[in-house]
Design a protein around this ligand. Structure first.
Ligand SMILES: [Zn+2]
Length: 339
């Protein structure tokens, strides 16, 4: 039987080609305190410095055994880039967005004409380059960014969900702006060496805004990002939090290669709703990976695999206090799974 490098295996799996066995990766954030201690690169500094970020991303491979490297570890770099106030976070907690910069359509115009070289967006691209130089020929380099809908929400604040129902012109203008940014940023991440793109768009959920608004305000924008990545031969994974069952068919229609579902979605139902996209997920990062034993992780992984998931991965970003031995139990289950 042919044996692939981890890089070949993941690309083949994501593009629907046969592989020797399941890749063992995570499409959501990988950093944990045990990895920070093992590699001496800690949050919050590792969120702001490219060398430390690369070091901590690498630990997911060298310390835990994931067959990929992935950056970043949080979802605030994009809002920070546009001047939103950020709470820095701690060793165990990710940064969060505290202030917003877009109230009106005129505010959007003031943000135009940016250069992607500065701020944490530049730091993340530098970390991708460092990791690619070291592992590029062997390991998948997964680049991740906040998606356009959640970025719009970060820029606009809580008013965003009201605007969805009351101000179509503003919503479309802000979605155009964030999507153009996403495309430029994703291309830059790919130029620096990423071979897989993850869109984390936690609140772009049909469950939250309804199927009709999801179709109008999310699908065309995700499709534009997908098209731009596919032109470069880069597969796209989309992660949306919560119960996304109602939106799965629409998520697929935007051209996503793999849909990352969380633990609130039933795998069999998800598989029945999509035809082309892979369904990846959905081991509970809190109630299984963080809080249970390796034995339970293996049992729960077995259930996910038996349900027919295309790739066994965490259902959302890892909790920083997740034990390494639990992650290794999941990785072992994925590696031992032949298709
Ligand atoms: Zn999530």
């Amino acid at each position: 039987m042919v044996e692939y490098t981890p890089k070949e295996r993941l690309v083949r799996a994501l593009t629907g080609k046969p592989v020797d066995r399941m890749p063992a990766v995570s499409f959501t954030q990988t950093a944990t305190v045990e990895q920070m201690e093992a590699c001496d690169a800690f949050w919050p500094e590792a969120n702001y410095d490219a060398v430390m970020m690369a070091k901590l991303a690498e630990a997911a491979h060298t310390v835990v055994g994931f067959e990929a490297v992935r950056v970043p570890f949080d979802i605030t770099a994009e809002a920070e880039f546009f001047g939103c106030q950020i709470k820095e976070g701690t060793k165990i907690q990710q940064p969060s967005v505290r202030g917003h910069v877009v109230k009106t359509a005129e505010d959007i115009d003031k943000l135009k004409g940016y250069s992607l070289d500065h701020g944490r967006v530049g730091v993340i691209c530098d970390a991708v380059r460092i990791l690619t130089d070291k592992y590029g020929s062997e390991l998948p380099m997964i680049g991740s960014m906040l998606g356009p809908f959640s970025l719009a929400q970060h820029l606009n604040g809580d008013d965003w969900f009201m605007a969805i129902f009351t101000d179509e012109a503003f919503v479309l203008a802000l979605m155009d702006f964030t999507t153009d940014f996403n495309i430029a940023y994703a291309k830059k991440i790919v130029e620096n060496g990423a071979d897989t793109m993850v869109i984390i768009d936690p609140t772009a959920s049909a469950q939250l805004i309804g199927v009709e608004y999801y179709e109008k305000f999310v699908v065309p924008f995700h499709r534009k990002i997908c098209d731009s990545m596919h032109e470069l031969g880069v597969p796209v994974v989309l992660h949306i939090c919560g119960d996304t069952t109602q939106g799965l068919t629409l998520m697929e229609s935007s051209g996503i290669d793999a849909i990352s579902i969380d633990q609130n979605v039933d795998i069999a139902t998800a598989l029945s709703k999509v035809k082309k996209s892979l369904i990846v997920g959905n081991l509970d990062p809190v109630n299984v990976l963080w809080n249970k034993t390796p034995e339970i992780v293996r049992e729960e992984s077995r259930k996910v695999l038996d349900a027919g998931v295309d790739l066994l991965v965490p259902g959302c970003g890892l909790v920083s206090k997740t034990p390494t031995e639990n992650l290794q139990a999941m990785i072992e289950m994925a590696k031992n799974h032949a298709y």
